[in-house]
Design a protein around this ligand. Structure first.
Ligand code: ADP
Ligand code: 5GP
Length: 198
């Protein structure tokens, strides 16, 4: 499919991906579209079905996986997550930059497809700060915090693997991280804005 290159955002749970993406989607209306993943986890307060995720159950999701409807799926912290083909197609058909928020296993799966996205890793300044953020968000049980911290350690190690990401952005100061994110995406943003103007 032609059009702007999609963008894959990855990084430990609690690093600030959603915070940065919400800002980006708000500041660049009509430029970006979010690929709405499926998940078997429960919605957090404020999360909307069909906007933040397609909240589903394992049986229904497995049926759709078996039908070949997913580009990639992964088990994360006891739940199944996945990007459906239609989630990406819906955004790309509108000529928007498609943003996918996936874990590091998802990044590796997407590398085997022909999607050709820009790969961005959002990292916390340290595991201690990440723990504070996860606790501050107050959305997870103690068990889930521990399992997410465990996944985070692997992610923080693997993110610097040569060739895996185009850029690793450390989200210490939010404004600085957002500046970096915008600058990496500038070329694709300009392309879409030029099409809008013409
Ligand atoms: P993710 O989507 O990567 O799991 P979130 O965007 O939900 O992470 O962020 C986790 C928590 O950290 C949220 O409570 C958010 O408000 C906070 N947060 C995000 N970025 C920063 C930052 N740069 N400094 C301090 N707190 C932050
Ligand atoms: P959360 O439960 O905090 O929303 O997400 C947990 C993890 O699942 C995050 O690392 C997030 O990037 C990842 N994730 C969300 N959607 C998908 C998806 O469709 N595929 C994969 N592989 N990971 C996903």
């Amino acid at each position: 499919m032609s059009g702007p290159r999609p963008v894959v955002i990855s990084g430990p749970s609690g690093a600030g991906k959603s915070t940065l993406l919400k800002k980006l989607l708000k500041d660049y209306k009509g430029v970006f579209g979010f690929s709405i993943s499926h998940t078997t986890r429960d919605p957090r307060p404020g999360e909307v079905d069909g906007k933040d995720y397609h909240f589903t159950n394992r049986e229904a999701m497995q049926e759709d996986i078996d039908k070949g409807e997913f580009i990639e799926t992964d088990e994360f912290s006891g739940n199944l997550y996945g990007t459906s083909k239609s989630a990406v197609q819906d955004v790309r058909a509108k000529g928007l930059i498609c943003i996918l928020d996936v874990d590091i296993a998802g990044v590796r799966h997407i590398k085997e497809t022909n999607l050709d996205p820009i790969y961005i890793s959002i990292q916390p300044p340290s595991i201690e700060v990440l723990e504070e953020r996860l606790r501050g968000r107050a959305t997870e049980t103690e068990e889930k915090i521990q399992s997410r911290l465990e996944e985070a350690r692997t992610d923080m190690e693997e993110c610097n693997e040569p060739g895996l990401f185009d850029i690793v952005i450390v989200n210490d100061d939010l404004d600085e991280a957002y500046e970096k994110l915008q600058s990496v995406l500038k070329e694709e943003i300009t392309k879409v804005q030029e099409v809008i103007k013409s």
